[in-house]
Design a protein around this ligand. Structure first.
Ligand code: CO
Length: 503
């Protein structure tokens, strides 16, 4: 390790440790915190956030990064740096400049406004009352436009926000990509709508909570998790909070009559968890030990949830275990019936319950509207109407109530404009990575059928996890798949799978 990099790591490690404490508090708040502790918890979080921001933008940090790289020009200064340390220097500089661009007062105002907005959103969602949320959304949109201006952009204000989640991504690249994807997906949905529906009501059989949790733990151990370095709890919305490589916290939600929701959630959050568990320990505190982007992170969760977790080889191994644990629900069902049922295509109003074809159309609806809000071509009061119009056009359904429409997701109220496309990018990256995986492991299905999952982890660790942010998402995609990101691999995968399932 070069000495200037080592010195910088010593300075940045405490910032990562502060961040991990904040993560732990967030986890606690969603799992076990007594209700009345919320006000004191806000004080704790606020203190940690400001300590982190101060440390990130301190003179000491500036000097330490400046020893590796020129902060103005981005030229490498320390010629002793290895290739990965140069990449780290570039990312340290990016984070530093980004943190410096947002004035402290603005960050505080943003946090305050979004805290009020997310409270208002909760009530508005429950009462299907967009009107009561609209003034909050207007404020958030204005602040997000201001944020884009602070961060800076070349062509489109939404580019500045996209860049926060997917470095380097622009509207100029994303818009045509998602338009091509939309055409392919709507076509598939229309074709499948002409076929007889798949029988799937048997999936909603009562399965006791404790047995579901035991099964979730079994899946995690198959994925390679150890209870010594991870844990699973239950929350209102499943999530993964990687505190440290030795402390991965995941949650699921148990619906007694929907075991498959729990299974999907555990595989999804487990996929995030494995990524963070395999980041390089030696670089903890450096961007090299962070996920490449939200889209790449999501590719890892969708990989396990869908590409593995809804595949036939996976269920050839798991289904007998499921039948053994839940005989009342599944002993009279064949594997074939089960496999068809969990892959049934059934467009609905709710994104997080969507099948893998509809899912991305939900994302595209929100992307098109939020891009319009940020560029100023769409007015907040038009949102519910546009939402219904787009849902009808792309998915052939229309939510009657706003709580099941434009109010269903929390992201806007938190000010997370630019986040949504990561969900779809995750699916596209995953499909491309999976092609590379199949080329390398042509017997993958046989091995999975036999219960071998370790080689999957090895592939992901070697090709993706170990690099952290050493490569940009675009570079990583090129490196692993030999191609730039596109919709093609994903659409080909869907066509193959569903032609077969609905033939
Ligand atoms: Co996820």
């Amino acid at each position: 390790m070069s000495s200037s990099y080592k010195h910088l790591l010593q300075i940045s490690k405490p910032v990562a440790v502060l961040g991990s404490i904040q993560n732990l508090l967030d986890w606690d708040q969603e799992t076990y915190m007594p209700k009345q502790a919320i006000h004191f918890r806000s004080e704790q979080i606020e203190l940690l956030a400001s300590l982190q921001h101060k440390a990130r933008t301190s003179k000491k940090m500036q000097r330490a990064i400046g020893a590796l790289i020129d902060l103005e020009s981005g030229q490498i200064r320390d010629m002793q740096l290895t290739q990965e340390e140069r990449a780290a220097a570039r990312e340290y500089r990016r984070d530093y400049l980004q943190a410096k661009k947002l004035p402290n007062a603005f960050v505080k105002q943003f946090a305050k406004t979004s805290a009020k907005a997310s409270h208002a959103w909760q009530i508005a969602k429950e009462h299907h009352d967009f009107k009561s949320f609209a003034p909050h959304l207007e404020k958030i949109v204005k602040l997000s436009q201001k944020k884009a201006a602070f961060l800076g952009f070349k062509e489109h204000p939404y580019d500045a926000l996209l860049d926060l989640y997917e470095p380097g991504l622009t509207v100029a690249f994303l818009n045509p990509l998602l338009t091509r994807l939309k055409v392919g997906l709507t076509h598939l949905i229309e074709e499948i709508a002409l076929k007889p529906p798949v029988k799937e009501n048997f999936l909603y059989h009562f399965c006791a909570k404790q047995k579901q949790l035991d099964f979730a733990h079994l899946l995690l151990s198959k994925m390679g998790f150890s209870p010594e370095t991870s844990r699973l709890d239950t929350t209102a919305h499943p999530f993964c909070n990687p505190i440290h490589l030795t402390d991965i916290r995941m949650t699921t939600k148990i619906h007694p009559e929907n075991l498959l929701f729990n299974i999907g959630a555990v595989l999804h959050e487990g996929g995030h968890g494995l990524y963070h568990q395999h980041l390089p320990t030696a670089h903890y505190g450096s961007p090299l030990a962070e996920a490449a982007s939200y889209g790449i992170d999501e590719s890892q969760s969708r990989w396990w949830e869908v590409l593995i977790g809804q595949s036939l080889p996976f269920w050839e191994h798991i289904f007998p275990l499921l039948q053994k644990e839940f005989p009342e629900a599944f002993s009279n069902i064949s594997l074939k019936e089960f496999y068809r049922a969990i892959n049934a295509i059934k467009p609905g109003c709710i994104r997080i319950e969507a099948d893998e074809i509809s899912y991305n159309l939900h994302v595209i609806v929100r992307f098109e509207i939020e891009k319009g809000l940020i560029e100023g071509s769409i007015d907040v009061k038009e949102v519910p109407f546009l939402w219904k119009e787009k849902m009808r056009a792309y998915l052939g359904i229309e939510p009657l109530l706003d709580g099941q429409g434009c109010l269903q997701d929390i992201h806007w109220s938190l000010g997370c404009f630019g986040y949504f496309p990561s969900y779809t990018l995750g699916n596209l990256y995953a499909a491309q990575f999976f092609n590379a995986f199949k080329t390398q492991h042509q017997d993958w299905d046989e091995r999975v059928r036999a219960g071998d999952f370790a080689f999957i982890n090895q592939f992901l660790k070697e090709n993706i996890h170990q690099y952290g942010r050493q490569y940009s998402p675009q570079e990583l995609c090129q490196k692993v798949t030999g191609k730039e990101l596109s919709e093609k691999a994903f659409l080909d995968y869907l066509k193959m799978k569903y032609d077969d399932l609905y033939s």
